[in-house]
Design a protein around this ligand. Structure first.
Ligand code: IPM
Ligand code: MG
Length: 355
């Protein structure tokens, strides 16, 4: 029997709860599709710091590189907020992304028909939204030098090289070719030199994809357009920080940030994780929504393992659970037939996996 090696990084806060539910669903789908999983748990984030003194122990990087894919929960929490920057959980995650070379972060925002009333926007605005944020993940202001701070000054640098832009732009155009063939590139070229280079370079790459329609939008306008008329977007191509912000915004089109999965891919191993954080305020209460992580596991099956049929089964099971009216706390006010816990939701979805 075929068996895949999956590195599990549960992380902090609600991370362990939501990853456990994704594993439940993965095991259910594997049983029906005739393959298996071997899981290896690896440490990252605040929990890793507490145990090892490092938010990203070296074994985590080597373990991940030794696997077929990484399924990741979430990291961070107030408890670690006052540590020096390099010891913080977030620094562990950023170093991890860099070491794995996962330069492309794919964040689909798809509105489930069953949840059109859950968005803070009117149903007619959000119904049918199906967009993909393609966010550059290992460059930009998150990593640029110089950076630093002293008592009265703090500074970071937004820098992109042509090669970095070319690489992520190709990724976005290729994805657009498998979708509706439209790319909207987001920048702040009216103010930032780095954005000017971004825009010029994306224009050049676009010449290799004559079937794809390319438009450009300033990031402030994009933030506005995303809630004015989100259906105008197919693929949104962004740098690191703009994509971080716009993907959180896009999640509210869908009703809850607890629904949105992501894939971070590059030349080596991919990382599959919900776009939300570790939500320490609700950790351990069994009320977190595991759907974003379960949907990330589906992306993992599709992109990392090529198990498209299994991924389809998970996507269908999530839809069915929502259609039948099962809701976690975050969506309890929206057409709920039954409000369920994190683990109940995981079990319901696992049971709905079709033979
Ligand atoms: C995300 C998160 C991370 C980011 C944090 C936790 C470092 O917000 O994945 O969107 O900013 O990339
Ligand atoms: Mg974010």
């Amino acid at each position: 029997m075929k068996s895949y090696k999956i590195a599990l990084i549960k992380g902090d806060g609600i991370g362990p709860e939501i990853v456990d539910e994704a594993v439940k669903v993965l095991d259910a789908v594997a049983a029906h599709c005739g393959f298996g999983f071997q899981y290896e748990e690896l440490l990252m984030g605040g929990t890793a710091y507490d145990i090892t003194g490092d938010p990203l122990p070296q074994e985590t990087v080597s373990g991940a590189l030794n696997s077929d894919a990484v399924l990741f929960g979430a990291i961070g929490g107030e408890k670690w907020d006052n540590l020096p920057r390099e010891k913080r959980p977030e620094s562990g995650l950023l170093r991890f992304r860099k070491e794995l070379g996962v330069y492309a972060n794919l964040r689909p925002a798809v509105v489930y028909d069953e949840l059109v009333n859950a968005s803070s926007l009117k149903p007619e605005i959000v119904s049918g939204v199906d967009l993909m944020v393609v966010r550059e993940l290992i460059g930009g202001i998150y990593f640029g030098e110089p950076k630093g701070r002293d008592e009265n000054k703090g500074w970071n640098t937004m820098v992109y090289t042509r090669d970095e832009i070319v690489r992520i732009a190709h990724h976005a155009f290729k994805i657009a070719m498998s979708r509706n063939k439209r790319v909207c590139s987001i920048d702040k070229a009216n103010v930032l030199d780095v954005s000017q280079l971004w825009r010029e370079t994306v224009e050049e790459v676009a010449k290799e994809y004559p079937e794809v329609e390319l438009t450009h939008m300033y990031v402030d306008n994009a933030a506005m357009q995303l809630i004015r008329d989100p259906k105008q977007f197919d693929v949104m191509l962004t740098g690191n920080i703009f994509g971080d912000i716009l993907s959180d915004e896009a999640s509210m089109l869908c009703g809850s940030i607890g629904l949105l999965p992501s894939a971070s891919v590059g030349d080596k191993i991919g990382v599959y994780e919900p776009i939300h954080g570790s939500a320490p305020d609700i950790a351990g209460q069994g009320i977190a929504n595991p759907i974003a992580t379960i949907a990330s596991a589906s992306m993992m099956l599709r992109f990392a393992l090529g198990e498209n049929e299994a991924a389809d089964k998970i996507d269908a099971a999530i839809k069915r659970a929502l259609k039948e009216g099962y809701r976690t706390q975050d969506l309890a006010q929206f057409d709920a037939k039954e409000v369920c816990s994190t683990s109940e939701m995981g079990s319901i979805i696992a049971n709905y996996i079709e033979k």
